[in-house]
Design a protein around this ligand. Structure first.
Ligand code: WT7
Length: 701
């Protein structure tokens, strides 16, 4: 139901079971050419390192932390600030707590100085159009970042202030993040696919008085009018009584935007002339152009030395309630953890060209486009466009163009591109690839094999990296030179990570088993709090299974100790690697005047992993037809964003409920799969709804 309490404890957990008949234990060994030069070159070496990281976590991580610059070092007592057990008081996590550092200084100035990396390319930027590209070195990036840090200061931004960023995948997005980090401001990046409502909610929750955005962006042939979405978010904040003071607007499209808007108008825009958008809207009281404010800014800026545990950024993510939570990460631990996971999970070496295809609007981009690679002085490709534009070979054309050796993408992209056939891959010389990672959802063995054979030519290692917004970096993954892979398994835990599987009562299960995936002890990259609501943080992640961090996922551990993630056990669904809270979709649906009640569950999907399946009950007199379905989809697009639009909407006179009025989602999940084996239905208040639910399934499913 849309309105429910904030307690994750009330969510009924459900475990998906591994289909043991369909998983294979065949081992795919790393190619000797990779193992020979790898940082970790055998399973035995991995096991030793992992063991060492657990018996002496402080020693292990402080050794790695010495790679970086600390204005003030931590004292020995500063490393014991951990508590994963609510029974022992407040959950508090800190690494290097009394140290001072600056992550921006570490990933730019310090890399330039220590590794002489000034002339090294930080990013090969590839635009949506194949003839649009840029090359940015570390020295150039540093100058831009300093300029932008000075711009922020001139705008009155101070240490600790939250700066919202709503931008396309352009270099300036990285500049904006690092500019914040340089002066101790907290960046809050909002993915460009979120709607004005979502952007407004996030700015309001974080009281971000300043927003960095762009005029617009083309993704494929589709124009995303970022500035006008930002404008309407600002207006929505105003309605809530919150005044956004400044918009800094990067000119990404310029004339291309106005030309497009004009063409659109000519091409039969039916709206009255007064309503037509012909040009960018501009409010000179709050809007300033990025290039104008940057033109007079100095390119030198002393970093602000912050405490290792001061917030670096927040990133909103969805959970079991209707309200997204601002996941807070801090500087010291996050720096060390992203740098280390980047180096080991991708087996990074200085001659590598790395490409992570994610959007920086999600954690994958924060950790493996911005911070992790830069902390290693690595060279990355950054891509503005989509995998299928101008053709479905775009990824492979880019890999060939920049000689990418380490590639990181999502199973949903792999499945989508596979459908276009092998020729699109084979027509490009991508023999440069060595490591091809995946992230975001479990990868099905079929897709894994295609990736391994066709993209990787049976030579590449596949780190299937399991992690979350909350974990900051990889938690479970094969290491490219060390771990024999199984198709569809995330392999073994990263250094410092102790995964355990527990039953419903929170009892740890041993050996080969299935259960709820928890983590037993802190690692440096774990989130520290939910912005503005530490108690919610404790409730969500630490209340359900006492003494452990609960991931929200279920998993199977096989006889060899390999982990197989089976997906979310809570009310979160994963559509094309996008995390969507079903409660958020439900709130959006019930906000429509025709809807009384809504319940949303995930439906397995061959390409997208899962899609949103919505059950709605209508008010008396409301008619369920195609127009209403379209309306409801639009409603969700407007409230959340276009990536969350429902795939199936089914009308139902009633929802299956317990006598106390709780919706039985377990039953809805069965209906969606057309599985009549419902298990125990004795608590169901009115069993007649079941027949109707099955009878009303849309025919094509
Ligand atoms: C959820 C976290 C971590 C970056 C992208 C998503 C699922 C993530 C895997 C994987 C199986 C995975 C989990 C997790 N997930 N990676 N390799 N295998 N499942 O970040 O939006 O915070 O989502 O994504 O369900 O809980 P996120």
């Amino acid at each position: 139901m849309a309105q429910k309490s904030d307690q994750s404890n009330e969510v009924e957990l459900h475990l998906e079971h591994v289909d043991k008949a369909h998983i294979s234990h065949e081992l795919f060994h790393p190619d000797p050419s990779i193992s020979a030069h790898a940082h970790v070159s055998s399973l035995k070496q991995y096991q030793e390192l992992h063991h060492r990281s657990l018996v002496n976590p402080v020693g292990f991580w402080t050794e790695l932390a010495k790679e970086f610059y600390w204005k003030r070092h931590w004292s020995s007592t500063a490393l014991s600030c951990w508590n994963f057990d609510r029974r022992a008081g407040k959950i508090s996590i800190g690494w290097f707590t009394d140290a001072k550092t600056n992550i921006c200084y570490n990933v730019l100035d310090y890399q330039i100085k220590k590794k002489n990396a000034g002339d090294r390319v930080a990013y090969y930027w590839e635009g949506n159009d194949p003839d649009d590209s840029r090359v940015v070195t570390y020295a150039e990036l540093l100058k831009e970042v300093c300029k932008f840090a000075n711009v922020l200061k001139a705008q009155g931004v101070k240490r600790g202030d939250r700066v919202a960023i709503y931008m396309p995948m352009v270099i300036e997005l990285v500049v904006a993040m690092l500019g914040c980090a340089r002066i101790g401001a907290v960046h809050s990046v909002v993915f460009g696919g979120f709607s004005a409502d979502s952007l407004a909610d996030r700015m309001f929750d974080a009281t971000s008085e300043i927003l960095i955005t762009a005029d617009g962006v083309f993704r494929g042939t589709k124009l995303i009018n970022l500035k006008s979405i930002a404008d309407s978010a600002v207006a929505k904040c105003k309605d809530k009584g919150f005044e956004v003071k400044r918009l800094i607007v990067y000119k990404n499209l310029g004339d291309k935007l106005t030309a497009h808007l004009d063409a659109d108008t000519l091409a039969g825009d039916k709206s009255p002339p007064s309503k037509r958008v012909r040009q960018l809207s501009w409010d000179s009281h709050i809007d300033v152009w990025w290039h104008e404010v940057m033109s007079t800014a100095s390119d030198e800026c002393e970093p602000v030395w912050v405490n290792a545990e001061e917030p670096l950024f927040m990133l909103y993510t969805s959970g079991s309630t209707g309200k997204p939570k601002g996941v807070v990460h801090t500087s010291g631990g996050y720096l060390v953890y992203t740098a280390t996971t980047f180096k080991y999970s991708f087996d990074y070496h200085p001659e590598d060209i790395f490409w992570c295809t994610a959007d920086i609007g999600w954690i994958t981009g924060h950790s493996y486009i911005t911070y992790g690679p830069l902390a290693n002085a690595a060279t990355s490709v950054m891509f503005e466009g989509v995998p299928t534009y101008p053709g479905p070979d775009r990824f492979w054309a880019i890999v060939a163009k920049y000689r990418v050796s380490k590639f990181y993408t999502a199973p949903t992209a792999i499945r989508a591109l596979r459908k276009f056939g092998d020729d699109h891959v084979k027509k490009h010389d991508i023999s440069c690839l060595k490591v091809i990672g995946t992230v975001g959802e479990p990868i099905n063995p079929d897709a894994w094999h295609w990736y391994y054979e066709v993209v990787g030519n049976k030579k590449c290692s596949i780190p299937d990296t399991y992690w979350q917004t909350e974990t900051g970096g990889h938690m479970i993954t094969p290491l490219p030179g060390a771990t024999p892979m199984k198709a569809g398994s995330a392999g073994f835990p990263f250094f410092g990570v102790v995964p355990i599987l527990v039953d419903k009562q929170g009892e740890e299960l041993r050996g080969e088993t299935e259960g709820y995936l928890c983590i037993k002890q802190p690692w440096p990259g774990i989130m520290r709090t939910v912005y503005g609501d530490h108690e919610r943080f404790e409730q969500i992640y630490f209340d359900r299974f006492k003494g452990y961090y609960f991931t929200g996922d279920g998993a199977y551990r096989d006889k060899d100790g390999y982990y197989w993630i089976t997906g979310r056990a809570d009310d979160v669904i994963n559509v094309s690697g996008h995390r969507i809270g079903t409660a958020e979709v439900e709130s959006a649906l019930v906000a429509h005047p025709a809807v009384v009640e809504a319940a949303v569950v995930g439906k397995p999907d061959d390409e997208k992993g899962e899609v949103t399946y919505c059950f709605v009950t209508l008010h008396d007199g409301a008619v369920f037809n195609d127009a209403l379905v379209e309306d409801l989809k639009e409603q969700v697009r407007l409230k959340i964003g276009r990536f969350a639009a429902p795939h199936v909407i089914q009308n139902t006179p009633a929802l299956p409920k317990t006598r106390s009025g709780k919706i039985m989602r377990r039953i809805l999940r069965r209906v969606v799969r057309n599985d009549h084996d419902l298990g125990d239905v004795s608590t169901l208040a009115d069993s007649s709804v079941i027949e109707q639910l099955f009878a009303n399934r849309p025919e094509q499913l």
